[in-house]
Design a protein around this ligand. Structure first.
Ligand SMILES: *Cc1c(COP(=O)(O)O)cnc(C)c1O
Length: 353
């Protein structure tokens, strides 16, 4: 750190992304990326002519992309916001809507806490229940910005659309952000509810179900006035926040939704296979509707299992948080990846006994 850094940033606790290993090649089940490549249209769409056009700025309104998204989700382009990954949208939401503070779960996506700190926002941390479910009743009449990942991370557990409605209804003067990064793996989207609740902001990403984590593309669906607020922040920081190649990738990916739906189905099947195998090995896990499993074993601690899997060339995620340190989070890869994962777990448990 230099002596020039502003005091207000001295105590920042940065977000720590999952490892992106260099050198040794791993079966990478640690950052919830898709094991499948982007669709052919995306690959063909980012061609030589498009690369040549990189000398030009991208469309700051991303009009074509927004129209494609609006068609896909049955809303109007003015109900769509696009950004450089959904992390950007979450950041903008904290900047724009947290004047009265923010409320979110103790165990959830780690970035919420980071954004709150970055912007000096007072946070009310609402503990999950003992079984790691989120009790929607605890979010009623909070009168502050509410941020809920649905499905939640790293548990994969969902709340219902009725519960989301109840939260939106009882917090009419504040924004309720529903982070749907994993909704395509078995959750139910609240996107349609944004027509009814002008305070509801639904955030989604191309990073997980659409195989475009490296392109950085997130979007939000909400009332046009909320979108205009986000645009005000975007235009005051970086109006060209979605680059030309990413806009094309997004449009092409939407055109090939069937390909991604098939991939999601395969991931869901591999997830359920992995659950069954882990169950027979005595593991306990949450009923995840996401592209990962959150599991613990009575026979081996979370950190030890994480390290032993890494030794065997399989990367999973372990969190050092007191409430969940016995767990590992395992992203769902191809069925063959998951068979290798299960095989490695069996070996590790055998070596221990
Ligand atoms: C991965 C993830 C994001 C971030 O997605 P990007 O679009 O890649 O920035 C947001 N929220 C949750 C809960 C996530 O797991």
């Amino acid at each position: 750190m230099s002596r020039f850094l502003a005091d207000k940033y001295l105590s920042l606790k940065e977000y720590v992304p999952g490892e992106q290993p260099k050198g040794r090649s791993y079966i990478k089940l640690n950052t919830n990326e898709s094991p499948f490549p982007p669709s052919q249209g995306v690959i063909d769409g980012i061609n030589c002519a498009q690369v040549k056009s990189l000398r030009l700025y991208p469309d700051p309104d991303a009009s074509e992309l927004k129209e494609a998204l609006a068609r896909e989700y049955g809303v109007k382009p003015q109900n769509i916001f696009v950004a450089n990954g959904s992390d950007d949208i979450l950041n903008f939401s904290f900047m724009a809507f947290s004047q009265e503070g923010a409320a979110y779960a103790d165990i959830t996506y780690g970035f919420y806490k980071v954004f709150a700190k970055l912007h000096g926002v007072e946070s009310e941390i609402i503990p999950l229940e003992d079984d790691l479910t989120l009790n929607a009743k605890k979010y009623i009449e909070k009168n502050k910005l509410i941020v809920i990942a649905n499905p939640n991370a790293p548990t994969g557990l969902c709340i219902s659309l009725e519960e989301i409605e109840e939260i939106a209804k009882t917090n009419p003067d504040n924004v309720v952000v529903i982070d749907e990064a994993y909704v395509d793996f078995g959750g139910e989207s609240a996107a349609k509810l944004t027509e009814k609740y002008s305070n509801l902001l639904v955030v989604m990403t191309y990073s997980k179900s659409r195989s475009l984590a490296g392109a950085r593309l997130g979007f939000a669906i909400a009332n046009a006035e909320l979108i205009a607020d986000l645009d005000r922040i975007r235009n005051s920081t970086n109006p060209y926040n979605v680059n030309r190649l990413t806009q094309i990738a997004g449009i092409k990916a939407i055109e090939e939704s069937d390909y991604y739906k098939t991939n999601c189905q395969e991931i869901i099947e591999a997830r359920e296979y992995t659950k069954r195998e882990l169950k027979s090995l005595g593991f306990d896990y949450t009923n995840s509707k996401a592209n990962f499993i959150f599991a613990k074993s009575p026979d081996i601690g979370g950190e030890e299992l994480y390290l032993k899997l890494k030794d065997k060339g399989i990367l999973v995620r372990h969190f050092n948080d007191e409430r969940i340190c016995e767990y590992i989070r395992v992203s769902i890869g191809t069925l063959s990846d998951m068979e290798k994962f299960v095989g490695a777990v069996k070996e590790i448990l055998n070596e221990k006994s």
